[in-house]
Design a protein around this ligand. Sequence first.
Ligand SMILES: [Zn+2]
Ligand SMILES: [Zn+2]
Length: 339
Amino acid sequence: MSPSTVDGYAAMAMGQALEPLSYPAPPLGEHDVRVAISHCGVCFTDIQGIDDFYGITGFPFVPGHEIVGHVEALGREVTGLAEGDRVGIGWQGRSCERCAWCVQGEEQLCQDIAEMGTWERHGGFASSVTVDGRFAFPLPEAMAPEVAAVLMCAGVSVYSPLRACATGSGLRVGILGVGGLGHLAIQFAHALGCEVTALSSSPAKEQEAITFGADQFVVTGDRARMRSIDYAFDLVLCTAHGAIDWEELLMTLRKRGRLVLVGFPEVSMNPTDIVAHELSITGSFLGNRTKMREMLPFARDHGITPRVEQLPMAQVNEAIRRLKENLARYRIVLNNGMG
Ligand SMILES: [Zn+2]
Ligand SMILES: [Zn+2]
């Protein structure tokens, strides 16, 4: 491979399996870094991107946005990074720097966010990626690359809303879904001093959910158990993307409780309880750069560790199949065999 050519895996059209694709490395802007990729996690939104769920995908599409690698080239204006530095990159690879949200440091809300994804135009299932250096984050030394990779999207996406809500200890939190995001959310919520209940449709995940730090585990769809947690939570973090019984879920919130969506499930809710119980339903998207910088040492200090299966990058379609069939335990990270 010549550094001017990138070897990636692309969906050539909507919904298709990925296939090898070589393309010229993008020109290196003054503020850009080019990162030689060693690891890249597989996130459910990669699959939704391939399926053009968001209506923003351009093909050929190289997904991948939980990236770890080494800086191999820098633009002239990049500060704070040097060639050879080990960095992590998440979903956001750029920001406009001009809109009101960027100016106040909430770049994840950038008005032009749809064009700012790391996979725009080509993402991390590849030999290298080029992003704005401000979105390449130096990693704590001792952190394993496959761990750091998963923290870059799944990690910050659950840390950010939990951190915002868990201002004191003892917040009662329900985590819906014990998968890629959920198994990290349990760990972060526990480390933030919350009382954590894991909610999952898979009874088999109980023991591991407790190991991750859940105080209790409830199988969704078990009516008697679900009734026992009516009005139990200040906050429910929804990390699931399958079919969700919203009526059952909203009943677990205390009055004036809050439901935060961090995945992209189908949503259909009866307004009665939302209004009568004065519930808040919000979304939370990634995290800003401050949250990203704060999350990495927090994860290291609290021993927060994603459970990872590694596969060679060439097996990307197998990774996607496992994720689609809900077989990943709990996150799959692809590696380029660079250690
Ligand atoms: Zn993601
Ligand atoms: Zn902006």
